[in-house]
Write a protein that binds this ligand. Sequence first.
Ligand SMILES: *Cc1c(COP(=O)(O)O)cnc(C)c1O
Length: 524
Amino acid sequence: MCNEHGQRLKIRVTIRQRMVKAQVWQVQVGRSLLYLLDTDIIENDVDDQQITAQLYSGDPHKQLAQEILLGVGGVRMLQALGIEPAIYHLNDVHAAFALLELARFELDQMGGTLADVTPYVCDRTLFTTHTPVPTGQVFSLAMMDDYFVDYWPRLGLDRAEFFALGAQSSNPDVFSMTALALQLTRSANAVSKRHGEVSSQLWQNLYAERSEKKAPIGYITNGIHSRSWIAPLLEDLYQDYLGKHWAERLSDPDIWSKIEHIPDERLWQRHQILKARLIAYTRDRVLKARRERKECSDDIKAVERLLDPKVLTLGFARRFSDYKRSDLIFRDLSRLTRIFSNQKRPVQLILAGKARPNDTAGKRIIQRITEWSCHPDLRDRIAFIEDYDMYTAKLMVQGIDLWLNTPRRPLEASGTSGQKVALNGGINFSVLDGWWCEGYKPHLNGWAIGEDAETRDQEVQDTIDAESFYAQLERDIVRLYYDCDRNHIPHGWVKRMKASIRTIAPIFNSDRMVSDYVNQLYIS
Ligand SMILES: *Cc1c(COP(=O)(O)O)cnc(C)c1O
């Protein structure tokens, strides 16, 4: 971005007693404008040039520098651009220092104390929380001292008053970004009903201590951008049966009830094409990976036998964080092998994912899964796609029969991949957490893994959930899938596919989500 004199627009932020400059990029994303801050410019110290180089470095100093740039720098950037937002909506805590900068600006203009300007800050700010863990994101007080010693006087605060803005009753030695965001915004929301309940409980203390009465943390459940995730092959079918304007009336349940008019054969045939495409792609990716690793010719040749489009296909793809329990279904390896290698009714699995760069536990899980999938009885039935990306995600959610999600409750704030699957006729088989607590309709649109209990010992819960997975897969799911008529159409399964689309698509989409934000939060 350039200013009116044709010079590059740059903003300045002091980070750890050093002045850092950032240039501004403008990106057109559909009908929206996205602004990016970039410190990789020659005027900056070499270390500061790296601030915007990497997303998950794992280094708390880098993260604090990034968040000061994003929050404080973000407000300054909007001012430099002449943009005066009616609402600053903080998506997660990472930009929460923006609240301090808005307060500082008001103080400069109006004078007074932080308490005087707080209502002006709150009036224009909203916060959406994303993590249901008690610690949330925190920085040590020693670090905060280091980075903010020159800043709190500008808010008219002393050290203790400043640290009170991020005080967390459970741990007095840290500055909590969530506490900061909750205290200086008009309203806070979680991203699913369950997450709202959990978050309200987690932050109860903070609300009890506050003098003014504020509503607890509400929720607006996340939804996917349907037009980005629908397979063109199905979009075409929806045009024919739901009407030409179905994509403009996404949240209308009447539109989606017309799904029942699609003949089973037509839906099933298109789904089979999408599944065949996914399998071809998976083989291709596995083949390339094996060649790159210079594996022996037998293993490379074996890729020809990997996966079969006629077999019930499970999918699991996401970041391999610990709480996602990516290895849950491998707990009883012999049972899994028995189910997968059943002669009459086999099952196969496509996995994809990656771990954060410094997450060794996540990397170890990937390594173990890769080893298990080399077992002679499993090697044709389990495929792992490395380097998970948006394109792989797309082919998977569009081609899979049954989608797995096995998070440790209640840590899945929302999750959205299962919504992409349902839009494309896939069926969810997941732990009741996040959005699935709202989406799941028993005996109608999918299956739930495990019983619900928040306080159980983790080992015990893992065993219960794994058992529930095996039992339902063996007993109900596999039977329904392989119960076909003479033309190889599994009508019972297709009925569930249709129920999955019809009950999930009208609710879990971003049109509904955005209109909820506008009506419930932006214009209230
Ligand atoms: C949708 C999506 C996610 C979110 O997946 P969850 O399993 O719901 O957490 C993650 N990564 C990619 C690439 C996605 O498309």
